[in-house]
Structures are given as C-alpha cells and as structure tokens.
Ligand binder design. Structure first.
Ligand code: SF4
Length: 356
C-alpha cells in the first residue's frame, strides 16, 4: 500500500518515533556537515560542538516546527526532553569520528530519478528493474588508491542488523546500496571502490534506568552500550583500525569483539564473503522483481514471534485483513542463524550458482 498506492497513514499530533527520527537525522546531517567545514571533529572543541548542536536544534524548532505553533504542552515537553538525547547522540558520533580515519563523504545520498546517483538497475533478458532510494550517510577512507566505503543508516528504532533477516530476504537495502556503490560509484567518488561494510547507528530517544547517584563514567558507559552500532564490516584489520583506532584492542563503537589472544570476532566478514553476499543480494532482488512482474503481491509477513509481527503495528492492517492461520495466511518466522551457518549456506548457494 505504501509503495504501490503511495498511501499515507494518519498522523497523530504527538512527537512520535518517526518524528524523533526525522529530527535526529536533520541534526546529525547538519551538525556533521558544518563540523567537516571546520576541519573535522578532531578540530572542534566540545563547547563549539554544543553551540552548533544548539543552533540547529533552534533552527529546527523555528523552521520545521514553526516555534511550536498549534502544538500542546506535551509536545513541548517531549521536544525539550529530546534535546538531551540529541546532545548525547551528536557527542557520541563526534567521539566516534575523532577516533576514526573514515570521513563522512555524503549525506542523504539518493539513487534514482532526480538523485545524485542513477537508480540501481537489475537487468533481466526481457525486463529491467530500477531501484531508487537513499542512504543516510556514506563514509570513506582511501588506502593504496582505493576508496573503502561504508554505508551508515541512522536508526530511530531498536532494530539492529541481523543475518537471520538477511537470510529471509529482509533488510537488504543497505547492502544493496553498498554493492551498487562498489559497481557504479567510481566515477562519482573518483576512486576504485572497496566495500567496507554497513552500520546501523542508533539515533533514538533513549531513557536509561539507572540509580540517581550513578557516577558519570558509569552513565557514559551505559549510554555507550545503548548507542553501540550494529552491522557487518570488512574483517581487514587495517580497515577496522581506520574505522576506529582502538578496534583491535578495545572497540567502543564498532560491533566487533577482541579475544584475549587478540583475535577479532563479531559482525565481520572477509572480502570474499562480502563478494558472495553481493551476489546473493543481487539474486534476491532479481527474484523479487520476477515475483512482482508475475503479479505476486501476496501478504507475506515475517516476524520473530507473533508478538513482534509487523502486522501488530501495521497502519494498513484494517485494509489488508491478514490473519495468521486463516485460509492461506501464514506468518513466516525469522529463525535465528549462527554466522557460520549463514556463511556456509551462502557459500553452498554461491557454488551451486542457481537462483533462490
Ligand atoms: S497487516 Fe501484516 S500482512 Fe498486511 S500489510 Fe500489514 S504487515 Fe503486511
């Protein structure tokens, strides 16, 4: 309904999660772009960063929220509370970037008609599928003439990157754009491109439950835990170190772990595995394209459990009438998968070379 009919759900008057996400996106984009003009996060003092953040919060209030005209007291209260979250998110991004050689190269990079880059095109002998969209941020680092790119998505919800979902053909947009950049981005960026990974960056209104007299350092660690990124990164130690200087000893931001023997584990994959993942994503998109052309628009919702099914919160439920267990309606469960199982499966499929 959303993409076919371009229907829009009713908007409540409160400052809800999507609006929080829009505001935090706005703030991160503008503050980061300004900081880069001033030489990068390492050159900008904390007080300057606060001033800049305050400036853009005020600008958002004036321009986007028209100084709260027509808004109630609750809206104002929620927005005031959100300011503290906004500072924490911006400061965390600043802290991460101060410890990184990767630099934001693009914000809201769009693919498709009127976009910065052409649509992602999947060609079949008798048809062509064109995919448009945008990514929140693209960071890059140049090494030996190659530009390593990572795609960053600001997440206002609790969603994290999950191979089990990818296995079901879900949440593949960031990967799709990452591999599209590898294939088509050289001209735009002026370098041969190597995919360095995808990251979900939490940008949400997080209320921590902690004791009143919690020491500031402990509070910082707790917040750091809440704001830890998820994703999938190239396992090359040099690249990981460029992303976060301490990643091979004590990572704070990246979804990687360091063993006592110095071994690196977590959400990482070799270049060969990322290559296979790229082919898998391509296959998935072709399959989706074929199904759409064949007129298959069946309601086919996936979930981890009945309680977390998208149908519970779906704006279109009253029109869709999906009911698990009735006639042909069935929820598809996202079953957990261990990373090694996922990669083994992918490798088998890649060797067989067949379509999904
Ligand atoms: S109610 Fe469920 S099946 Fe129907 S559109 Fe929403 S998420 Fe999909």
């Amino acid at each position: 309904m959303e993409y076919g009919l371009r229907a829009k759900p009713r908007q409540p008057a409160a400052f809800d999660a999507p609006q929080v996400g829009t505001f935090l996106h706005y703030l991160l984009e503008h503050v980061t772009a300004d900081v880069l003009k001033r030489g990068g996060f390492a050159q900008v003092e904390e007080t300057e960063l606060r001033e800049l953040t305050t400036y853009y919060i005020r600008r958002y209030m004036e321009q986007e929220l028209r100084n709260f005209q027509g808004r109630g007291a609750r809206f104002k209260y929620l927005f005031a509370r959100l300011r503290n979250t906004a500072w924490a998110v911006v400061e965390q991004v600043a802290e991460e970037m101060r410890h990184s050689d990767f630099v934001p190269l693009e914000f809201e990079l769009s693919f498709g008609d009127g976009g910065t880059l052409p649509a992602v095109v999947v060609s079949e002998p008798d048809a062509q599928l064109r995919i448009g969209g945008k990514v929140d941020r693209v960071d890059g680092w140049v090494k030996d003439g190659k530009l390593y790119l990572r795609v960053v998505d600001y997440k206002s919800g609790r969603k994290s990157f999950d191979l089990a979902a990818v296995r079901m053909g879900l949440d593949i947009q960031m990967l799709l754009y990452l591999f599209a950049l590898q294939k088509e981005g050289a001209q735009h960026f002026g370098h041969e491109i190597e995919p360095a990974g995808v990251l979900y960056l939490p940008a949400r209104d997080e209320i921590l439950s902690a004791e009143r007299n919690i020491p500031p350092e402990k509070l910082r660690r707790e917040r750091e835990k809440q704001l830890r990124r998820s994703g999938l990164l190239l396992s090359d130690p040099e690249v990981l170190q460029a992303m976060e200087h301490e990643s091979l000893q004590e990572p704070h931001f990246l979804p990687v772990r360091v063993g006592k023997d110095g071994s690196i584990s977590g959400s990482i994959a070799s270049a060969a595995r990322l290559g296979k993942l790229g082919r898998y994503v391509d296959k998935l998109v072709r399959q989706i394209g074929r199904e759409v052309r064949q007129g298959n628009i069946d309601a086919d919702p996936c979930c981890h459990s009945e309680e977390d099914s998208y149908c519970q919160y779906c704006d279109w439920a009253p029109a869709c009438h999906f009911q698990d267990g009735r006639d042909g309606d069935h929820l598809r469960y996202i079953l957990p998968v261990k990373p090694e199982e996922f990669w083994d499966e992918l490798e088998r499929e890649d060797e067989e070379g067949g379509d999904k």
